[in-house]
Design a protein around this ligand. Structure first.
Ligand code: 5RP
Length: 221
């Protein structure tokens, strides 16, 4: 079996495992990405009867509606019991890099508004120190060059994700080779830059539980 097929199988496996945390008659927060797409497929065939979902992106909203789930505005949903989302990397403290799909800001908002964040990943996402995956930063378009210069000043190599516009009408800068040994500090420093909307570090508010698919089954962290 090819590596891609194996990774896809692992995504389906971990998506299925996450159903254990989903309860009938609740409003569920739903993330974005290919692993979450497997989770939405699993939800569709699970028989779970959600009251509604809060979505972290236009793409997820479309998929949820396709399977008949009502998508509710976060402003009308209050605090959510559960948020399920993927990640690009996770470390042993369940701190994450997210935003490979560009949905980091809405993902961070829905995660913040949820009591429990269950992160679903496969084993390729595990690292001992965050930073192998370039760190996405969402930026107001007019601040792109300014923010890029500030990122260089704090030790990163910025790369504009050209041609990409987020659901919020902003741009993404991917930061390479930044020292993320103290991810809480870097998350705060990036947030403090004028023009930064949010960044893909989920360290101040890490996941509560990581479900990681391996070739031998799903492990919990
Ligand atoms: C999107 C994200 C995704 O959760 C992350 O990119 C992982 O995606 P995938 O499940 O496709 O590997 O943060 O903004």
């Amino acid at each position: 079996m090819s590596d891609d097929m194996q990774q896809n199988e692992m995504k389906q496996q971990v998506a299925q495992a996450a159903l254990e945390w989903v309860r009938d008659d609740t409003v569920l927060g739903v993330g974005t990405g290919s692993t979450v797409n497997c989770f939405i497929d699993a939800l569709a065939s699970s028989g779970v009867r959600l009251e509604a979902a809060v979505s972290s992106s236009k793409a997820t909203t479309r998929r949820l509606r396709e399977i008949g789930i009502e998508v509710r505005e976060l402003n009308h949903a209050g605090t959510l019991d559960l948020y399920v989302d993927g990640a690009d990397e996770f470390d042993p403290h369940r701190r994450l890099i997210k935003g490979g799909g560009g949905a980091l800001t809405r993902e961070k908002i829905v995660a913040a508004a949820s009591r429990k964040f269950v992160c679903i990943v496969d084993e390729t996402k595990r690292v001992s120190v965050l930073g192998r995956f370039p760190l996405p930063v969402e930026v107001i378009p007019m601040a792109r060059s300014y923010v890029a210069r500030q990122i260089v000043a704090i030790g990163g190599q910025p790369e504009w994700r050209e041609g990409v516009e987020t659901d919020n009408g902003n741009v993404i800068i991917d930061v390479h080779n930044m020292d993320l040994v103290d991810p809480v500090d870097i998350e705060r420093r990036l947030n403090d830059l004028a023009g930064v909307v949010s960044n893909g570090l989920f360290a101040i508010r890490p996941a509560n539980l990581v479900l990681m698919a391996t070739r031998e089954g799903v492990q919990k962290y």
